[in-house]
Design a protein around this ligand. Structure first.
Ligand code: UDP
Length: 219
């Protein structure tokens, strides 16, 4: 009997943070740890933290009833490229969440998310594909988050905030809440620096830093 096969794509910093979450999620579902591997285009030699590191082509060759990958690479453009590769090969995007993630009412999270320990998603939230929410980040009520958005650790995303595709929010950044019908908008591909306090909209592609956050690089 062939069984499903699971992988964390990326065996570097981000991937090594997601792998233990993936392992314990499969344990909770009674799936053997042998069905979980790292995939990396530069696999190096041997094991990483006890798990084999396969090339993507090797992963595709292992007999499996279905294949599931969480792309654990912080760079959102790379994440999208790999997600597209997976789609072509019928590999499903797999969401991995720490056991203590808190999810409240009416929350929809797209496939391929990585939700680290102590993440909280409160109520009435929409999140796109391959979202990364690192340690202790939260998303408050009525937020809309696009595809391939990345939160570093400790991001405080308050209510009625819209974050567009490929935005990156640095560690400890705080985004001031918007209003119903008048959300605060962080534009596509914007970068919010570590510790920034965002009190205004951020245009697409723009980098903001500081408190209150100011434009550092125009989009
Ligand atoms: N990687 C890959 N395919 C790609 C791009 C990156 O397999 O197209 C792997 C790369 O070999 C490395 C990991 O992804 O092992 C990215 O590691 P990095 O430390 O740059 O980023 P992080 O783990 O912090 O996201």
């Amino acid at each position: 009997m062939t069984l499903p096969l699971f992988a964390v794509f990326g065996a570097s910093g981000c991937g090594r943070g997601i792998m233990p979450l993936a392992r314990s999620q499969l344990e909770r579902e009674d799936i053997a740890a042998e069905r979980l591997v790292f995939v990396d285009d530069q696999p190096g030699d041997g094991l990483v933290n006890g798990h084999p590191v396969l090339r993507y082509e090797e992963f595709l060759q292992i007999p499996a009833s279905s294949r599931h990958i969480v792309v654990a690479i912080a760079n959102s453009a790379v994440r999208e490229q790999i997600a597209t590769r997976c789609l072509v090969d019928g590999v499903q995007q797999w969401t991995v969440a720490a056991s203590n993630v808190v999810v409240m009412d009416d929350v929809k999270v797209g496939d391929g998310a990585a939700l680290s320990p102590f993440v909280t998603l409160t109520s009435n939230i929409r999140i796109g594909k391959c979202f990364h929410a690192n340690l202790y980040s939260y998303v408050e009520h009525d937020c809309v988050i696009g595809d391939f958005v990345t939160f570093a650790p400790g991001v405080k995303c308050n209510g009625n905030v819209h974050i567009e595709d490929h935005a990156y929010i640095g560690a400890g950044a705080v985004i001031k809440q918007g209003k119903p019908g008048q959300p605060r908008v962080i534009g596509r591909g914007a970068l919010v620096g570590m510790g920034a306090v965002v009190t205004r909209d951020v245009p697409p592609g723009t980098t903001v830093v500081g408190n209150p956050a100011k434009t550092f690089l125009k989009g």
